[in-house]
Design a protein around this ligand. Structure first.
Ligand code: GRF
Length: 192
């Protein structure tokens, strides 16, 4: 058992699925907990399918330093990955996991980031802006949305006739291909 990762996600869980699968075949780390903010989120089924423990935490728990840190301690969590976590991470968690928490954003930050820039809103904004490229940004988590130190970025072309969902599909492919590998490299470089 290597580094224990908690994935925080509240969406369909395609990234969580890719990350869990990757580390099932890699000794550097394991996903041992999935944390979601929404009952019924697809990511909870993903966790169940992989036999990974999942918990749903509401706003109060997320804001309660003692409770949330005790939960992560109980699962001996060393590293946090945000993969479709739409809430701001409380400052106490940013501090407790400084250098041990990564987020993925489906655009090339600093453009198309910040509050409200999530999911299809991002790709619609990229389309509306007539961008020729889009992509993903994997970054460390700070106390403001999408402003932590950038760890990696990967680009894809955007054609004039691409719809927002075409862009989303291209960006999603980058996420699933690169996020698990970047997490592993970051862990090896900083915790290995
Ligand atoms: C992804 O687009 C990711 O970039 C963003 O939230 C979405 C999560 O999608 N942070 P999924 O739940 O992994 O399918």
């Amino acid at each position: 058992m290597g580094v224990k990762i908690a994935v925080f996600a509240s969406g369909t869980g395609t990234n969580a699925d890719a990350i869990i699968r990757f580390f099932k075949a890699d000794e550097v780390a394991d996903v041992t907990l999935v944390v979601s903010s929404k009952h019924g989120a697809g990511v909870l089924d993903v966790a169940d399918g992989h036999g990974v423990v999942s918990v749903v935490v509401d706003k109060d728990v997320m804001a309660d330093e003692e409770v949330l840190l005790a939960l992560l301690e109980a699962y001996e969590i060393d590293f946090i990955v945000l993969a479709g976590w739409l809430r701001l991470i409380p400052p106490f968690l940013v501090r407790a996991f400084n250098g041990r928490m990564l987020n993925i954003h489906p655009a090339l930050l600093p453009k198309f980031g910040g509050k409200g820039m999530w999911g299809h809103h991002v790709h619609e904004a990229v389309k509306a802006a007539g961008e020729k490229v889009s992509g993903i940004t994997i970054h460390q988590v700070s106390e403001a949305y999408d402003e932590g130190a950038i760890v990696a970025q990967f680009e894809t072309s955007v054609e004039a006739n691409d719809s927002a969902s075409d862009i989303e599909a291209k960006v999603r492919a980058l996420e699933l291909k690169h996020f698990p590998v970047v997490i592993k490299k970051f862990i090896l470089a900083s915790m290995g």
